[in-house]
Design a protein around this ligand. Structure first.
Ligand SMILES: [Zn+2]
Length: 185
């Protein structure tokens, strides 16, 4: 039976790299993939990872109806920036997995830099058949689970996803940084 899988990690943990590796594995076997990423990016429908590999993908936004999307003969759906999915979209992806028997792998952040669980991540944490964490390390050597903005900016949006604007921290360093940076959590 196909599974709905949520792979989450802190900023720059390698989520997109993992997505592209899965896509490569499928395509190497002659299987088609359908790759989606959120519209709030400046890369014109390419999925970029920090290793410089990119791949053409379809943009989704909060209006996208995954039940209406032509999946052609895709053997798997891969969703990047899955934290920005709506709860309804996550339920529809669950339907595609269970009723169409197509595996769906979602990759995204669990929480925003302010420590709030994203809508898509919340729904995925509740609904996914399998949760996977990609680990990355804080500057102090502990496991990083949180993100903090690296530069003072007026942009308080939790959808501000420029990866160079964040650093991944463990919760202790995140709390201390928030305090010294005057961020109210
Ligand atoms: Zn730390």
């Amino acid at each position: 039976m196909a599974k709905l899988i949520f792979t989450y990690g802190a900023m720059n943990a390698g989520k997109t790299t993992s997505l592209l590796q899965v896509a490569h594995n499928y395509e190497e076997r002659g299987l088609k993939t359908a790759i989606f990423t959120y519209n709030d990016c400046d890369n014109n429908g390419s999925c970029f990872c920090r290793l410089g590999v990119s791949k053409k993908c379809t943009i989704f936004n909060k209006e996208t109806d995954f039940m209406e999307v032509d999946l052609a003969d895709a053997s798997i759906l891969l969703i990047d920036e899955a934290q920005f999915l709506t709860k309804q979209q996550v339920f529809d992806l669950g339907r595609i997995t269970s009723l169409n028997d197509v595996p769906v792998m979602c990759f995204g952040l669990r929480t925003s830099w302010q420590g709030n669980v994203f809508e898509g991540s919340s729904a995925l944490l509740g609904l996914a058949d399998e949760l996977r964490e990609i680990r990355t390390i804080c500057c102090c050597g502990k496991r990083a689970t949180m993100a903090m903005k690296t530069q003072s900016t007026d942009n308080k949006s939790e959808e501000d996803i420029g990866h160079d604007k964040y650093v991944s921290l463990c919760r202790k360093c995140w709390l201390l940084s928030a305090k010294s940076g005057g961020v109210t959590l």
